[in-house]
Design a binder for this molecule. Structure first.
Ligand SMILES: Nc1ncnc2c1ncn2[C@@H]1O[C@H](COP(=O)(O)OP(=O)(O)OP(=O)(O)O)[C@@H](O)[C@H]1O
Length: 311
């Protein structure tokens, strides 16, 4: 199911061939093939589908059993050090030091990446402002809300201008406002030329942010394409017939072509001339259900309750 874009000739962002990974006897990734160009891409899959495992392999943290992996043209095993200087990884749990302030965390990260104190300070100030953390910059992270910690974690990862940013479920557990703020930041990162590879359980998130969506299910890639291509996979549009109050009376599946939709509409016009009609494209939820047999995660109130609203 490899995606091929004939116009794309530069070094791929990711190139994976026959990648497999097991934990003991538990096979988690099975013979994955994937090539992605620079850009913003989402790895979408339910709990336990292998998303974190794949991200950890790509970001040099985890060895793999077999296959070939190239990230920015580099081998995460052989070129580990070089690659670590070009990427950043923000995991599901913010890896910031609670005892330090926001600025101190940023400076520590700058030091790790070999920035001079002056450059690190300048960059920390810029990033803290961009992530709306300036007013809390000197407060200890222990006083931060969950959303603020997550933002600081991402900001710290950006201190050395990574070419590729891995975000493992960046918005899981965040309230709606923090989630939207992070989406805006991810879009801004992409606009500044960085590539982003994010994992998510939320279709809405993949749909909003990603140029390409790779669907992982039980360690296999079951779909790969743009949101429109994925929606196109489960057939054409549906014609919905409504009564005056907007209740759906009937849904008529079509093959999606203009001629087929027109044929069905013609029949409706002749047999039920007074009924209201809308033509609806499949949603990503329906695609996901079709591909995996599972309902996709949805950012819900339970998530929102887990964390306070970020400042
Ligand atoms: N270190 C480990 N040792 C053994 N099994 C593991 C380990 N890490 C993950 N697994 C198992 O591998 C499978 C895939 O886990 P992984 O964390 O990669 O999935 P995921 O899609 O990121 O899930 P989630 O959304 O819950 O984080 C799961 O069944 C998990 O229990």
């Amino acid at each position: 199911m490899a995606y091929t874009d004939p116009a794309y000739t530069d070094t791929p962002l990711l190139r994976i061939r026959g990648l497999s990974k097991s934990y003991g006897r538990h096979r988690v990734l099975t013979d994955l093939d994937l090539t992605l160009p620079p850009g913003v891409h989402a790895l979408l899959g339910p709990n336990g589908s292998g998303k974190t495992t794949l991200v950890n392999i790509l970001s040099t943290l985890l060895p793999y059993d077999s296959g070939e992996v190239r990230v920015l043209g580099l081998d995460p095993r052989r070129d580990r050090k070089t690659l670590q200087g070009l990427i950043s990884l923000t995991g599901q749990y913010a890896a910031v030091d609670e005892k330090l302030s926001g600025t101190e965390n940023m400076l520590m990260m700058g030091q790790l990446f070999g920035l001079s104190r002056r450059d690190a300070q300048r960059r920390a100030d810029d990033l803290l402002e961009r992530f709306e953390l300036s007013t809390a910059a000197h407060a200890r992270v222990a006083t931060y809300s969950g959303g603020m910690r997550r933002k600081l974690d991402i900001a710290a990862g950006l201190i050395a201008h990574p070419q590729l940013i891995f975000l493992d479920e960046p918005t899981t557990g965040l309230d709606t406002r923090s989630r939207q703020a992070l989406w805006d930041e991810i879009t801004a990162l992409a606009d500044s030329g960085a590539s982003v590879f994010l994992t998510t359980q939320y279709l809405e998130e993949a749909d909003a942010l990603a140029e390409r969506i790779v669907v992982l299910h039980e360690g296999n890639i079951v779909a790969d394409g743009t949101a429109a291509q994925l929606k196109g996979r489960i057939g054409g549009s549906t014609i919905q017939l409504h009564d005056d109050a907007g209740h759906i009376l009937e849904e008529i599946p079509t093959r999606g072509s203009a001629i087929d939709v027109a044929r069905h509409l013609d029949t409706v016009a002749r047999t039920r001339p007074d009924v209201d009609v809308t033509v609806r494209r499949p949603t990503l939820d329906e695609v996901f259900l079709e591909l995996t047999g599972e309902q996709a995660g949805a950012p819900d109130q339970k998530d929102a309750d887990r964390e306070e609203v970020a400042a």
